[in-house]
Ligand binder design. Structure first.
Ligand code: C2E
Ligand code: MG
Ligand code: MG
Length: 907
């Protein structure tokens, strides 16, 4: 009844102020009212019902009382007659010949005066009839003497008693016998006077009474046998029939047992089979009951009628209420729908506004019908493509393609739109002026509610600027801005791809790493601009030399790498090819290059590793080639080195050494040895302090192994200070001893120490602490010190020289410096490197260098000392060529200070 139409339920459901909630409330109120009405009406009817029953019951009670009193009256009459007779017999004695006449008359009179009594008889103690009324049939009493009734008088001494209906065989009818005990003057049982009353007496009396419809009045005896009834019972139920139903008889038995005199019950009358309300009343102590019944149906007829009317009224009210509620709900629904529609319209308007605003965005928008015919474009679209709206509307969307994409591409694109309703991607488009531009295009199919295709919407974003920016970012991310070569990232990427490829094709590749020797010096001395130009020139030159398939990259400041892909399946051949390329590169680098107005010539060191399987990663190969390059650099630069597995071991050892060296500094595992320097007489004039490392496992470690490490870790400053301090203390101590007081100590100073900004302060500190005679301190420096920041080194040397410190140029000949250039430095001594001395006899070239060096040094007023003198022949040669100071195993190896002292004291 209150169902919501399906069409509207969908938006009503969305309403938070739910219509359904309201509907539920209304239905609940309606049902509540209905229930209340039913309860009230039901109560009303039940009250009326009860009232009807009460009324009917009081009516039948009144009726039963009247009948009861009347019945009592009847028995009182018969009782009275019997009493009178008993009195008479008491006076006259039992009937005999004398008085029987008189008694006979008395009996007959009684029947006349008490018409209710049918007959009266006098019985002897044995129950024999002594005298009876004239009408009476003596035989009717024949069996009385043996009955319980008679015995009640005879044996139990009962004074007066009445029987229930008693069937008289002789009279062939029922009687009610009313008896009274007769006693002799001595009080003994003398017999019984007996009155018989026919049921007809009662029936006749009842007939006189007026009964309402449905009402019945009956008299029954204590055995429930019908005595009389009004209206008359049907012939099937004659007088004397047991009439009570089992239920009524049970109740009757119960009530009688309880001694009740009157009670009510509802039962189906066995006489007319109608349900009745009965009132049953006992007639005094007599075995007779008055039963007044009233037909239930008839009694409640009026009530039933009223009940029907009330139910009808109730139904009408219920229907009216339901109609009202439904009407109210309909109106409510309508107002909801109205509100909903207003809201929807508002929303649609807002959406339309949003859509209109959205349509004019920075994105080009084009709308077509399902056939792809353009319906609308926005201003951005016309701005991007250069077409006016009029040029486009009505045309096929497909017509405006750039022609750069294949038909298959467009087929795929439209298939995807058909299948999924959407496509997006990058494609080329053409402006009206013919210019191609990249765009990001999104095509969406629009469907109506019933899934019919209605439109296509294409949004277009001109991404030419973004593409350019991406290109630039890509360039910046993957290319070196200075040389335009691939950078490390791109190179690593290409290496990864190359590795996969050569693995797939079972080929070998090679990785070449190039480092420009001493590039930092060029940068520092000639400036960064020149350095950059040099790098650009070198990159260009190497690029020209390489094949297109090779990848040239700049990995670091002066570090270039070449990736040679898939050259050969044989690693040896790949190595040969790589070596060839590497030497070509070396040669290319070595050619003079014009930078500005200058012509520079640089050299390079090259490391190579062959990539032959994918057991190693990109990082592994980069590490390998790094090691190879390192090897090339440490083995004198300007050379090519292949990676060998032993390098890895060396590298690991290097790492271990580095950690050991740090520990050595912490634990001060340093020792200072001294090697004698002699004059041409063989007299020790000075000593060189040489650092030793007392390694806990390896014993004494020579500085060649760890000085580069100290330098690379920066520990050299602290360790160098320790050396200088120890040497200075030694000088101070020796200066106290006459034999040793003239000894000079040479201390090696690393260029790194020298370059340290606190170098002078540190040295000054040592001098102050040790109070060493500075004129006998000689500091050995190497040529590399002057390659960078020559003026700074010179200033520092001058500052120290001012305090008397002298300087020796160690390892002379291994560097690049020329003697002319050394003339500007505050040097005192020149130490010819032992590599020259060793070969002075065998190599005429070396001999020539040493010879001219000695001569030139002298001309510059520099002392000359030769180191690494191992044989007399060498010493002789040197002496002959003007070198009069020597150091070498020929004159003694390095030893402790005590060893020197002992040796000098021996002399
Ligand atoms: P250097 O200054 O050229 O020292 C001379 C090196 O040649 C010493 O090696 C010495 O033992 C070795 N030597 C001397 N005579 C001969 C010879 O007749 N034949 C051969 N084959 N070798 C000879 P050492 O002690 O191993 O020192 C190596 C280098 O370590 C030194 O070369 C020096 O550059 C550096 N060094 C040593 N001590 C220090 C130090 O305290 N500070 C710094 N910065 N460097 C040091
Ligand atoms: Mg030295
Ligand atoms: Mg040396």
């Amino acid at each position: 009844m209150f169902a919501t139409p399906l069409a509207v339920s969908k938006y009503i459901d969305n309403d938070p102020y739910s219509y359904h909630q309201q509907r539920r409330k209304v239905v609940a109120v309606y049902l509540l009212a209905l229930v209340a009405m039913i309860v009230i009406f039901g109560w009303l009817l039940s009250e009326q019902y009860k009232q009807e029953i009460i009324d009917a019951e009081s009516r039948i009670i009144a009726r039963a009382n009247v009948v009861n009193e009347w019945a009592e009256g009847v028995f009182a009459q018969s009782g009275q007659a019997l009493f009178g007779l008993t009195e008479l017999i008491g006076m006259q004695g039992m009937p005999d010949a004398n008085n029987s006449f008189m008694l006979q008359r008395a009996l007959d009179n009684l029947t006349v005066f008490v018409p209710l009594v049918d007959e009266i008889a006098i019985l002897d103690p044995d129950g024999h009839v002594l005298l009876a009324t004239q009408r009476g049939n003596r035989n009717g009493y024949i069996n009385i003497g043996k009955t319980a009734f008679f015995n009640a008088f005879k044996q139990n001494g009962q004074r007066e008693l009445m029987t229930p209906l008693h069937w008289s065989e002789s009279e062939q009818q029922f009687y009610l016998y009313h008896g009274r005990r007769l006693e002799s003057p001595t009080g003994e049982f003398a017999g019984v006077v007996l009155a018989s009353i026919t049921p007809r007496v009662f029936a006749n009396a009842l007939q006189q009474m007026h009964v309402y419809e449905g009402e019945s009045i009956a008299l029954i005896d204590s055995d429930s046998k019908l005595i009389a009834r009004h209206p008359a019972p049907p012939e099937s139920l004659p007088i004397g029939m047991n009439i009570t139903s089992s239920r009524a008889s049970q109740k009757r038995a119960r009530e009688l047992a309880r001694g009740e005199f009157a009670w009510s019950l509802t039962a189906v009358s066995p006489i007319d089979d109608q349900e009745r309300l009965f009132r049953i009343q006992r007639v005094s102590d007599y075995p007779m009951l008055v039963v007044v019944g009233v037909n239930f149906r008839q009694t409640l007829a009026a009530w039933r009628q009223r009940a029907w009317i009330l139910t009808l009224v109730m139904a009408v009210i219920a229907l009216l209420g339901a109609w009202g509620a439904r009407h109210y709900l309909n109106r409510l629904l309508l107002s909801y729908q109205l509100r909903q529609r207003i809201e929807e319209r508002e929303q649609a308007r807002a959406e339309a506004q949003v859509a209109a605003a959205a349509f004019e965005t920075h994105l080009g928008i084009l709308i077509t019908d399902p056939q792809g015919i353009i319906l609308r474009v926005n201003a951005t679209y016309t701005r991007i493509t250069g077409y006016r709206e009029a040029d486009l509307v009505g045309k096929y969307f497909r017509m405006f393609s750039s022609g750069l994409h294949s038909d298959a591409f467009y087929r795929r694109l439209w298939k995807r739109v058909m299948d999924t309703g959407h496509w997006e991607g990058e494609l080329w488009n053409q402006r009206k002026n013919g210019e191609m531009f990249p765009e990001w295009l999104t095509i969406s199919a629009v469907y109506s509610d019933d899934k019919t295709l209605t439109h296509y919407v294409a949004t277009l974003n001109d991404i030419s600027e973004r593409k350019a920016a991406e290109q630039e970012i890509h360039q910046l991310a993957f290319y070196d801005p200075l040389t335009g070569l691939a950078n490390r990232r791109l190179f690593i990427d290409r290496m990864g791809n190359a590795l996969k490829e050569l693995c797939r094709r079972q080929r070998c590749g090679a990785l070449i790493l190039i480092d420009i020797d001493n590039f930092k010096q060029i940068n520092d001395t000639l400036g960064h601009y020149t350095g950059d130009q040099l790098l650009q020139g070198l990159a260009q030159r190497m690029g020209q030399m390489l094949r297109d398939t090779d990848t040239l990259a700049r990995l670091g400041a002066d570090e270039f790498a070449v990736l040679i892909e898939g050259v050969d399946s044989c690693p040896e051949k790949a190595a040969q090819l790589a070596e060839k390329i590497a030497y070509k590169l070396l040669a290319t680098l070595n050619e003079p290059i014009a930078v500005g107005e200058e012509h520079l010539r640089v050299s390079g060191s090259i490391g190579i590793t062959v990539m032959e399987n994918n057991e190693h990663s990109v990082d592994d190969y980069l590490q390998q080639v790094d090691m190879a390059l390192f090897e090339a650099k440490i083995s004198g630069r300007h050379r090519v080195c292949f990676f060998a597995p032993s390098m890895q071991t060396a590298l690991l050892a290097h790492v271990k050494l580095e950690s050991d060296v740090r520990l050595a500094q912490v634990e001060q595992q340093w020792l200072l040895h001294y090697q004698p320097q002699v004059n041409h007489h063989g007299t020790i004039t000075s000593v060189e302090a040489l650092l030793r490392w007392q390694h806990p496992e390896r014993g004494l470690v020579s500085p060649g192994e760890f000085i580069p490490l100290l330098e690379s870790t920066g520990l050299i400053n602290d360790v160098g200070e320790w050396v200088l301090e120890n040497a200075c203390y030694q000088l101070s101590r020796w200066s106290q001893q006459p034999l040793l007081s003239q000894l000079t100590i040479s201390v090696n100073i690393s260029p790194l120490q020298f370059r340290d900004e606190h170098f002078l302060e540190r040295v000054q500190g040592v001098f102050t602490r040790t109070q060493a005679p500075l004129d006998r301190l000689k500091l050995e420096v190497t040529e590399t010190l002057f390659v960078e920041a020559r003026d700074d080194a010179r200033d520092k040397m001058l500052a120290l020289k001012a305090q008397g410190v002298r300087f020796s140029l160690d390892d002379f000949g291994t560097g690049y410096s020329s003697l002319a250039y050394l003339a500007h430095l505050p040097l005192d001594q020149l130490k010819i490197d032992q590599s020259f001395v060793h070969q002075v006899l065998e190599s005429p070239a070396n001999a020539a260098i040493v010879e001219s060096t000695i001569a030139l040094a002298k001309s510059l007023n520099l002392e000359v000392i030769a180191e690494g003198v191992e044989s007399n022949a060498q010493q002789t040669w040197l002496w002959a060529h003007g070198c009069h100071a020597y150091q070498g195993f020929l004159f003694g190896r390095s030893g402790t200070a005590e060893a020197i002292e002992q040796r000098l004291s021996r002399h």
